[in-house]
Design a protein around this ligand. Structure first.
Ligand code: SF4
Length: 719
């Protein structure tokens, strides 16, 4: 009889970071089950997590996986298979020549929240330490950079102060801009259980759509897209007026409230209700529930983050918590949910264009000097690097000549797809490091570097509640695939030789050596993990940061002492002012289009798209509209319609949704060009739903406004 082995790992999809037990028969993954000991999920898995094993079937591996390095030295030629040595030598030579001729900012890296922390660390050191450019950004820019900026602006550091257990202690849960039931299903189940246990627990949901999360709320605030700052300021205005603020907490632990108070004067209930498109009595009820509660917890995600005012939205919600003292105690706090499995790990190592390792500031010379010393380099650059949209714009403009894309699919996921595709065509060299050869971005690769993926890798990830999980590989690497960190390290050593460096900055014998170096960079910082070793993670299971040397465990909740990591030790109110969405609707483009996640799919579907049962919830892409809008335009369910915006057009079946207001439209974010047909305004091909979305980004976080674009919708086939 075949012996089944079980190994602990984490789910590779969302930021909940559920523990899974992977079952193998020695040759292949035969099943998964939830890890009953993992504190993120206690054995539960959602539809995506429970079908993970089906994405690792051998037949699929052969069909969809990148299994050998491929290379072309001339544009227009097909790529040919090549050895690792030849491929990495070629890239290193190209990098060295380009850096010598055009400087370090002529190259860029676009990486991913799917990478492990150790992978992220090496890429960040490669770009900022060895090459000397801050041109390294990640697809996490599209999901949580506004949350980072909001935390830093108000609390002084990018650290979510709450934990999942706070769901069990909360008296009010305020869900803003998050369809938690779909995007973080296991957390949503925890909310459902908390409600069963505590009938007094109240759930408020603010969302432009009446999502499945909103349907179950005690109070639903169907706000107009982009009006969140007005809503949060309005709630705080009411709390002030009704004396529901915590004056003692404000006086002892915060600064800047007097300025904010002046601003809040304008956010009267009547003005806010009209701006947000909600009933005044609902606004007042929400403010009272929040302000009177013994413990109010806010959960928020892309509805706040993917916005041209994403930082202000985050900060305004944190203002509400600070002013009412709803932070630093069980069941209370602002709690941003991360989209990807390891977006948090990327933040910890500073693997973004505007971040530095271990929450240091790029603009601070002392912080740069600390990292230079730890890495053994003369300095690290202070010039801001290009963020996601900026990077592809700079490639198109010829400023960045070589781009290295790791574990992400910008030719589907970035807004303004026409610009992104032009950039990929214009770049002198496109390197794509990928597990799957099926993504749209691979079509543009001059060099394809095959990487290992879920169940094959070793390292750590950090979930939304700052909890680090270590896991080991359960399957051998397929074909000639290498681990992401190995690819980066082997390239870096070759580049060092090309640049005339004799001693390597990348002496790692294994992935644990990278972890040990990373944790040393956190010494004395707010996220100090110097006490956390691979051995502790193995013996004691997943742990939350901070976990400094000598600690007996990680910290569940931050700021319980009211001391914040700012120069004064006090939290800072941000003076948040409401700004409307960047692209207003008008007579020509009258629909407010938003995009988002569906229940059973993940990102561009390179993995979930291989599992038939995950299409039972939504079999094909569709534009969802209010039934009244369809009637008015003589559109029947399933009719094909043109969805056209200022940047492109898509043809999709229409679907009536009772979650939609008149004038709203919604398209799932998962489908790319192979599923959608249409054209750009220049007549060139269809590039999926992101040919419609807007590249306008928040001025602080640089996160694009993927949640709103103005479009028109016209029937494609007349009877
Ligand atoms: Fe995976 Fe997220 Fe589902 Fe958990 S909730 S099983 S991490 S997709």
């Amino acid at each position: 009889m075949t012996q089944i082995q079980e190994t602990k790992a984490t789910c590779c999809y969302c930021g909940v970071g559920c523990g899974v037990i992977v079952q193998t028969d020695g040759r292949q993954v035969t099943g998964v089950r939830g890890d009953p000991d993992h504190p993120a999920n206690f054995g539960r898995l959602c539809t995506k997590g429970s079908t993970l094993h089906l994405t690792a079937r051998p037949a699929l591996q052969q069909q969809a996986r990148a299994l050998a390095p491929e290379l072309r030295t001339q544009r227009g030629e097909p790529r040919r298979q090549a050895g690792w040595g030849e491929t990495l030598d070629f890239i290193a030579q190209k990098f060295a020549d380009t850096i010598r001729r055009h400087g370090p900012d002529s190259v860029g890296f676009y990486i991913s929240g799917q990478l492990l922390t150790e992978d992220y660390y090496v890429f960040n050191k490669l770009a900022k330490g060895l090459i000397g450019t801050n041109n390294i950004d990640t697809n996490s820019r599209l999901c949580m950079s506004s949350a980072v900026a909001g935390y830093k602006q108000t609390l002084g550091a990018d650290a979510p102060p709450a934990c999942y257990e706070d769901i069990d202690h909360a008296q009010v849960i305020f869900i803003a801009g998050s369809n938690t039931a779909y995007a973080h299903p296991i957390l949503y189940r925890r909310i459902e259980e908390a409600r069963r246990r505590n009938p007094d627990l109240k759930v408020i949901v603010a969302d432009p759509r009446r999502t499945d999360t909103a349907r179950e709320a005690d109070l639903f605030l169907p706000i107009l897209p982009g009006t969140d700052v007005a809503l949060f300021n309005g709630m705080l205005h009411i709390c002030l007026w009704e004396d529901l603020i915590d004056a003692d907490y404000i006086a002892r632990h915060t600064e800047g409230f007097a300025e904010l108070k002046q601003t809040l004067r304008d956010y009267t209930p009547a003005y806010v209700a009209e701006t947000c498109g909600i009933r005044e009595q609902d606004l007042v009820a929400a403010a009272r529930w929040f302000g009177q509660s013994k413990a109010a917890l806010s959960l928020y995600c892309q509805g706040l983050n993917q916005s041209s005012s994403g930082t202000a939205k985050n900060a305004a919600l944190i203002n509400l918590h600070l002013a009412t003292g709803q932070i630093g105690k069980p069941g209370a706090g602002p709690f941003s949910l991360t989209g990807q499995p390891n977006a948090m790990g990327g933040r910890e190592v500073g693997g973004l264009a505007n971040l530095m390792s271990a929450h240091r500031d790029m603009a601070n010379p002392a912080h740069r000097a600390e990292i230079a010393r730890l890495w053994g380099v003369d300095d690290v650059p202070s010039r801001p690097g290009k963020t996601a949209v900026e990077m592809f714009d700079a490639i198109r403009a010829g400023e960045i000549k070589i781009v290295w894309i790791a574990c992400t699919n910008p030719a589907q996921s970035l807004p303004e797809q026409r610009m992104v595709r032009e950039a990929l065509e214009k770049a002198e060299l496109v390197i794509v490091q990928e597990a799957y050869k099926t993504t749209a971005t691979v079509d543009y690769a001059d060099v394809l570097l095959p990487a290992t993926t879920w169940s094959e890798k070793e390292g750590t990830v950090t979930n939304s509640e700052r909890r680090i999980t270590r896991f080991k590989p359960v399957l051998p690497r397929p074909g000639q695939a290498w681990h992401d960190w190995e690819i980066a390290v082997n390239f870096a050593r070759r580049l060092e030789a090309n640049l005339g460096r004799t001693a390597t900055l990348f002496p790692y014998a294994d992935v644990e050596a990278i972890w040990n170096e990373h944790r040393e960079t956190t010494r004395g910082r707010d996220l100090d993990i110097t006490g956390l070793s691979y051995r502790i993670l193995e013996e004691q299971g997943p742990q939350q940061w901070p976990y400094p040397e000598g600690a007996a465990g990680g910290r569940k909740r931050l700021y319980e002492d009211g001391v914040y990591p700012t120069s004064s030790g006090k939290a800072r109110f941000a003076n948040t002012v409401y700004q409307p969405v960047a692209e207003a609707v008008d007579a020509r483009y009258p629909f407010r289009l938003s995009t988002g996640r569906l229940r059973d799919q993940w990102h561009g579907m390179s993995r979930t798209g291989t599992v038939a049962q995950l299409f039972s919830h939504a079999a094909e892409p569709a534009v969802v509209m209010a039934a009244a809008d369809m009637d008015r335009r003589m559109i029947a369910e399933g009719d094909l319609v043109h969805v056209t915006g200022r940047r492109g057009s898509q043809i999709l079946p229409a679907m009536a949704g009772d979650d939609m207001r008149a004038g709203q439209a919604f398209i799932g974010m998962h489908w790319g060009e192979e599923y959608l047909s249409g054209r750009g305004h220049d007549g060139r091909g269809s590039f999926g739903v992101n040919s419609l979305t807007s590249p306008v980004f928040d001025p602080v976080s640089k996160q694009p406004e993927l949640k709103h674009a103005a479009v028109k919708i016209l029937k494609a086939e007349l009877p």
